[in-house]
Write a protein that binds this ligand. Structure first.
Ligand code: ADP
Ligand code: MG
Length: 701
């Protein structure tokens, strides 16, 4: 019953007319009672103390003072006006100042009446002042519910200048509790509540707004965060169970001649332990009745390609075709070449399909796929075109999935009536924290070990004044036969400036590394594709020693002889980008280096990024730092941000609660997979209500 009540539009709340409702909607996204109820304070202030003006010190932050207005005036400034009121108590006087919303405020101020003001004090012109104070007549103030910890709500300037101050928000929320009589339906079972010592939902919601003290606040938050994370986990786990039951895959029952003879006779190295483990995980998925949907994470150079190939050979052993899709032509071509080299004379048919595949070749590929004579297709988005039809696609592998949209991934599914097994490979590690909540419905494999003999890349941070030394170092490396990358940032907003930096940089490199001793390639986004490819090719073939480029140098490009990566203006790159770029070196037998060049002034965040890069080569550790610095929304891009719009929990800070929630959800579903038991009724009801309300879940898979 109360469930519907909470879906009531906010206009029905006493104190909210159409005007306020519109403001609440546009500024805070509050449409219903429920939205308001979940508009939690971001902090609380001690309102038990009243200051005297004489007591104020310059270090005071937020204070509450009782006094009255003796004068209100408007003062012209260079730009615009400001409204100033003189505020006095028995110990002194100070100024209250408004820069916005002056008309409305001036009209409402009452002279010579007792007010309680609250806000931050400034020391300015030998006098204390308070900009945009929260004000309440003393009478009203005494009538109102006064709590030791007063909530401060997230708000916007527009709201407060239109009269919806923090005080008004408090009143509205109090009104909401009054109208609903604080009777909110419970959403967790007694079992769960007792085992974790959780308070009731109604109490938790009330105390999250109006806590008695720190302790009740902590209890309230814990309860609400748990609940939120619990239902997300429940959803993810249920979804996975459902998929395993409903979506039948093609069982790859046997390990046959292709896989075995590749393993015995063609594999040029021993697989690492991690590669073996991951292959086992994949094999067990493929052998089961259910469709595989697996995420394969492995740092750059960890050897994902051979795992992909061996999975495709398993498909072939069971008479299925497979395809491998990469986000760019260069990458697809690279995969094609290295896989062709690996399979050698194994007798597997394999083709490359990209945007630039010629019509005749294309036709040949189409018919080979349709009659089944083509075993493996490697390509770009071109693979997704409707004209590309397989006879029996059994396995689809997607490399570097961050570049592909979710929609594209699902297109692969629809190439068959029965969806093929899907393996998504990514070199951008997803912090465990996020993987659990975002990809909880995918199975997860991790290659957490590099092939033996790799020397970790040595990373250093250098300032512009070290440039001569850096150039000297480059000369020495080139003398040893190595190749060098020099990368410049290219950020959309400042493209023209960045482009100039790149060209200036290029010219100075050309000056310091003159022909005929040195050959330099340059690649950037403004070049024609043919020119880019030409320059790239010269570098790949070792005809040039230095590659000057913007970040267009592709993720995944593999040139083992390139051993030095110089990143200019490194402070402007994000952590994952720095890590990706560094992954371009360290691919051969030689010691590799990554040199992060920056100016002198660095923000503390930039400093942290650089220190992290210097400290570690571990992509997962870097991803965790990145997550902490940027927050989950940014990290995953806007695509998934809907999912991450948590109302109270924080995926990073509340990781322990997340784990508990996952554990409890797993346990519950193990005991009652269909949520049919009487004691789990509240959960079944809440779950189906959440599913109906907002399907934020469409953001994943
Ligand atoms: P990524 O995971 O970045 O895609 P690749 O599959 O391109 O990595 O592998 C990087 C390099 O390591 C390739 O040259 C590959 O042949 C080599 N490699 C992969 N696995 C092993 C291994 N177990 N032992 C030695 N070299 C390996
Ligand atoms: Mg790769």
């Amino acid at each position: 019953m109360n469930t519907e009540l909470l879906q009531t539009p906010i206009t029905y709340l006493k104190g909210v007319g159409p005007g306020r409702a519109e403001l609440l909607r546009s500024e805070l996204g509050i449409n219903t009672y429920d939205d308001l109820l979940y508009h939690f304070p971001n902090r609380y202030i001690d309102k038990t103390r009243y200051y005297k003006i004489r007591e104020l010190s310059r270090t005071e932050s937020e204070v509450q003072i009782i006094g009255q207005l003796t004068e209100v005036k408007t003062i012209d400034q260079k730009v615009g006006k400001r409204l100033v009121a003189i505020f006095e108590d028995e110990t002194g006087s100070m100024e209250l100042v408004w820069f916005r919303g002056q008309k409305w405020i001036a009209k409402n101020l009452k002279l010579h009446q007792k007010y309680v003001i609250f806000g931050r004090v400034n020391w300015f012109n030998q006098r204390f002042s308070m900009p945009h104070p929260d004000m309440e007549l003393l009478d009203e103030h005494e009538k109102g519910l006064r709590v030791a910890m007063q909530p401060v709500y997230p708000s916007t300037e527009k709201l407060s200048s239109r009269g919806i101050t923090n005080r008004v928000l408090i009143k509205l929320i109090q009104q909401l509790f009054e109208e609903t009589k604080k009777r909110f339906p419970e959403t967790l079972t007694e079992d769960i509540k007792t085992s974790l010592g959780l308070i009731n939902r109604s109490d938790a919601l009330f105390y999250a707004h109006f806590p008695k003290n720190q302790q009740t606040l902590a209890k309230a938050k814990f309860r609400l965060k748990f609940e939120e994370l619990f239902y997300i986990q429940l959803q993810l786990i249920l979804k996975k169970l459902l998929r395993k039951q409903k979506i039948k895959g093609f069982p790859f029952e046997k390990v046959g001649i292709f896989f075995n003879s590749f393993y015995k006779d063609h594999l040029p190295f021993d697989l690492t332990k991690a590669q073996k483990r991951v292959l086992k995980e994949i094999r067990s998925d493929l052998g089961s009745q259910a469709q595989m949907n697996r995420l394969l994470q492995g740092d750059v150079g960890s050897g994902k390609t051979v795992v992909a190939l061996m999975s495709m050979l398993l498909a072939l052993d069971n008479d299925y075709q497979s395809c491998l899709m990469a986000p760019t032509e260069i990458l697809a071509t690279q995969h094609y070449n290295s896989i062709r080299q690996l399979i050698g004379s194994l007798g597997v048919t394999i083709s490359l399909l990209t945007g630039s595949t010629k019509v005749r070749e294309r036709k040949r590929i189409h018919s080979g796929l349709e009659d089944g004579s083509l075993n493996i297709l490697i390509g770009t988005h071109a693979v997704l075109e409707d004209k590309v039809q397989f006879k029996n696609l059994g396995l689809a592998i997607v490399d570097e999935q961050h570049r592909f949209g979710v929609a594209q991934r699902s297109k692969l599914w629809h190439k068959n009536i029965i969806p093929p097994h899907i393996l998504v490979m990514t070199a951008t590690p997803i912090p465990r924290t996020l993987a659990m909540s975002l990809y909880g419905d995918l199975d997860n494999s991790v290659i957490d070990e590099l092939p033996p003999g790799r020397k970790p890349v040595k990373t250093v941070h250098r300032k512009d004044s070290d440039r001569l030394k850096v150039f000297q170092f480059i000369r020495e490396e080139i003398l040893k036969g190595r190749q060098i990358y020099i990368v410049y940032p290219l950020i959309m907003e400042s493209e023209a400036l960045d482009y100039k930096d790149l060209m200036d940089g290029y010219e100075s490199v050309v000056r310091d590394f003159p022909l005929p001793d040195y050959q330099i390639s340059i690649v950037h986004g403004k070049m024609k594709t043919e020119d880019k490819d030409y320059e790239m090719k010269r570098f790949v073939e070792g005809q040039t020693q230095i590659m000057v480029a913007t970040t267009v140098i592709e993720v995944g490009v593999n040139i083992p002889n390139a051993s030095v990566m110089i990143i200019e203006s490194a402070e402007r790159f994000g952590l994952s980008q720095l890590h990706q770029l560094r992954g371009r070196v360290g691919r051969g037998a030689d010691q590799s280096y990554c040199i992060l060049m920056t100016g002198y002034k660095l923000t503390s965040e930039a400093q942290t990024r650089l220190e992290t890069m210097v400290r570690t080569n571990d992509g997962f550790e870097i991803a965790e730092v990145d997550l902490r610095l940027r927050g989950p929304g940014d990290l995953m891009g806007t695509q998934q941000s809907g999912l991450l719009n948590l109302r109270i929990a924080d995926l990073v800070k509340d990781n322990d609660i997340l784990k508990t929630a996952r554990h409890i959800a797993q346990k519950l579903l193990r005991e009652d997979p269909h949520l049919e038991q009487e004691q789990n009724k509240v959960i079944a009801i809440t779950y189906s209500r959440l599913m109906k309300q907002k399907d934020i879940w469409t953001y994943i898979s």
